[in-house]
Design a binder for this molecule. Structure first.
Ligand code: NAD
Ligand code: AKB
Length: 317
């Protein structure tokens, strides 16, 4: 049976890349990109069906499900950690109500598989900070973090109660060159490349030794497709899988960039509210369940990420 894939939140950092890959696999017409706003340049370039949709508008979303009858849904629309702290109620509403609308319509329209991303933000100050395991104390103290944790519980609930095949990954901070990040705590690890090439200097909003788990977008998209392609009986976890990536600090990232741009300098700002968020998150993640259950293996280490980012961004300018 041929697939009809609906991607909600397609204009964002992940959606921009995911839509292009899904269209490469399934054909442009099989992938309906959708977002609040008109498509951006990259999506137009990989053109295919596009819908303006507000996931909070039930009638609007219902119409899109009815019109396209998707076999798979990727629900990416959310407010990320830093913006979420500025607009806590709006973030809770989008991240929760939006997800429930998608889960309900996926049940109503017999969607075969749903992908919804969680985040390392589900962990909190009392979670183990290094090699954070799949199952441990989880006390997230950001709205984004506890909306993701509640979302994970809802996904597992819909799987158990309605037999909906929902799959999810706890992404680390994602780094890619095709699209800009949308207001998270890990955004520095993308901004730094643009500033290194533009001005040779970056003022980092996180402190020099703040280690966080990060992943190159190519690995993140590959993990997503691997999870969605895995046989249902291999996907034992229906809340969300830990996904480790690699862990580094701003200093370590800057040192790697200096190998390509010798004059590059980094400085650090004080008192940025994102520091508190970063301090509450894991420094590294244990993703052995993803490795053992559906064969996940990382490809991009720090030197490979930096070389590929700079190569592609240089070609863009
Ligand atoms: P993003 O902010 O770049 O993109 C989100 C998209 O959702 C935007 O294009 C926005 O216009 C759209 N959107 C917002 N409100 C909407 C609404 N009401 N209806 C329809 N669309 C709406 O986010 P992203 O980085 O691409 O993240 C996608 C998902 O992955 C999110 O759930 C995020 O929490 C998760 N995630 C991202 C990262 C990361 O580092 N990028 C890490 C962990 C988890
Ligand atoms: C953020 O920083 O909010 C995201 C995430 C790790 O979920 N990049």
């Amino acid at each position: 049976m041929s697939e009809k894939i609906l991607v909600i939140g397609a204009n964002g950092q992940i959606g921009t890349e995911l839509v292009a890959i899904l269209r490469g696999i399934h054909g442009a017409d099989a992938v309906i990109a959708s977002d609040l706003k008109s498509p951006i340049y990259n999506l137009r370039k990989n053109s295919g069906p596009y819908e303006i949709v507000n996931v909070l508008d039930k009638d609007n979303l219902h119409h899109i499900f009815e019109k396209h009858r998707p076999t798979q849904v990727y629900h990416l629309a959310a407010i990320l950690s830093a913006v979420g702290e500025q607009k806590p109620k709006i973030a809770w509403d989008l991240n929760m109500t939006g997800l429930l609308h998608v889960l309900d319509f996926s049940v109503e329209f017999n969607v075969k598989k749903v992908f919804w991303p969680s985040s390392i933000a589900v962990f909190g100050p009392h979670s183990p900070q290094w090699d954070t395991p799949q199952y441990c104390v989880m006390d997230p103290n950001t709205v984004y973090g506890f909306s993701k944790l509640a979302g994970e519980r809802w996904c597992e609930y819909y799987f158990n109660k309605y037999n909906l095949d929902v799959r999810s990954l706890r992404y680390p901070g994602l780094i890619g060159w095709r699209a800009n990040p949308g207001g998270g705590t890990t955004d520095y690890a993308v901004h730094i490349f643009h500033e290194a090439l533009k001005s040779g200097h970056y003022e980092c909003f996180l402190s020099a030794n703040t280690a966080l788990p990060m992943m190159y977008m190519d690995d993140a998209i590959r993990a997503t497709i691997m999870l969605m392609d895995a046989p249902a009986d291999k996907v034992e976890i229906r809340s969300s899988y830990n996904l480790a990536g690699i862990s580094f600090t701003p200093t370590q990232l800057a040192e790697e960039i200096k190998k390509h741009i010798p004059g590059f300098e980094i400085s650090y700002s004080d008192n940025d509210p994102r520091q508190q968020i970063a301090d509450s998150w894991p420094k590294s993640i244990d993703d052995s369940y993803a490795q053992n259950e559906w064969g996940w293996q990382l490809e991009y280490n720090l030197p490979k990420i930096v070389a590929d980012m700079l190569l592609n961004l240089r070609e863009l300018v």
